[in-house]
Design a protein around this ligand. Structure first.
Ligand SMILES: NC(=O)c1ccc[n+]([C@@H]2O[C@H](COP(=O)([O-])OP(=O)(O)OC[C@H]3O[C@@H](n4cnc5c(N)ncnc54)[C@H](O)[C@@H]3O)[C@@H](O)[C@H]2O)c1
Length: 301
């Protein structure tokens, strides 16, 4: 397998950072993870496994193998240690520009000068962070989807000064982990497939948030139409409703279109602590969401 790097560091081991770290370890990279809180890799792993197994989804790498990979990953809460040997650093911290810019600044100061910096942001182009790093030519977006649920793909996009070599290494890194690289040729808010998914998410949230439809019907239709095991609202629960709200807010701030504004009903859910799979309740209740139970698509009911 063609591998453009040896040592990879992931910053933030929540829902996505953990999946990226596991997949990188599985592909033979020497992986280090850093999070503000100790033990997040193991906690997130256990949560992901429970929720994905409940949905009846088998990751393309078996769980037993991922358990072994997890044991090989170096975990630290010391940023200097985390970045000292990194060829590539992928940040997967919350979808908040100020946090991401601060992380890019710290990485720019602490990582070796040749280290490439990638963001897993779901909505923000790396051009919003590249200057903070002091090395804009080595920055790029690599936006992974929920890999362990079978969405093995990532959008890859450069910033304003990213060199073609860095972009190409990003593509090779994505492919080396068994993911499809969706290359974006010039900077675009929302990247490639994320714009398509976003259109579905925005319409669903708007119809539900304004009382037009029951969210379960949207999911039933989607599951019947695509043969997927869950619909847009189930997927949003997996992503985390706070993360969804933050992503939608980035689009709204850009467009100022009222239809892009996350609905009030979503904010109320988040205020009640209903964050989706990670809090046990979102649109559905976990670990046994209604959409995974027999009868959800029963046409006689
Ligand atoms: N959740 C998804 O399905 C999904 C999909 C694609 C992309 N993303 C993107 O991935 C990024 C992370 O999302 P997530 O859902 O994994 O978030 P999450 O809330 O599950 O995890 C974020 C992690 O970052 C840690 N963190 C916070 N500030 C930090 C800092 N300064 N340094 C190091 N660690 C820090 C937190 O402790 C937490 O463990 C976001 O940009 C999001 O848009 C998420």
């Amino acid at each position: 397998m063609d591998k453009p790097f040896k040592n990879v560091t992931v910053i933030g081991t929540g829902t996505l950072g953990t999946q990226i770290a596991l997949l990188a370890g599985n592909a033979g990279y020497d992986v280090t993870v850093y999070d503000l809180r100790k033990g997040t890799l193991g906690e997130t792993f256990a949560r992901l496994r429970a929720s994905i197994e409940t949905k009846g989804i088998k990751p393309f790498v078996p769980w037993e193998q991922l358990e072994k990979v997890k044991e090989q990953i170096r975990e630290t809460t010391d940023l200097d240690e985390a970045v000292q040997n990194a060829d590539l650093i992928v940040e997967s911290v919350p979808e908040d520009l100020k946090i991401k810019q601060a992380v890019f600044q710290e990485l720019g100061e602490k990582a070796p000068p040749e280290t490439i910096l990638a963001t897993n942001s779901s909505s923000m182009p790396v051009s919003l962070m590249e200057e903070s790093s002091g090395r804009p030519e080595k920055c790029l977006n690599t936006h992974f989807y929920v890999i362990l649920e079978g969405m093995n793909m990532a959008d890859v996009m450069g910033g304003t000064k990213t060199t073609p070599e860095v972009l190409q290494k990003g593509v090779r890194w994505v492919r080396s982990m068994g993911c499809i690289a969706l290359t974006v040729k010039k900077e675009l808010l929302g990247f490639c497939f994320n714009r398509v998914w976003r259109a579905i998410k925005r319409e669903g949230l708007w119809m539900w948030g304004n009382g037009y439809v029951d969210f379960k019907d949207v999911d039933r239709a989607w599951m019947t139409f695509t043969q997927m095991k869950m619909g847009p609202f189930g997927i949003m629960d997996s992503v985390g409703l706070d993360v969804v709200r933050d992503i939608e807010t980035v689009y709204y701030n850009e467009s100022k279109d009222p239809k892009d504004k996350p609905p009030q009903a979503l904010t109320e859910k988040i205020d009640r602590g209903e964050l989706g799979v990670k809090s046990g309740h979102g649109f559905y209740t976990y670990p046994d969401p209604e959409f995974a139970q027999p009868g959800f698509l029963d046409s006689t009911k």
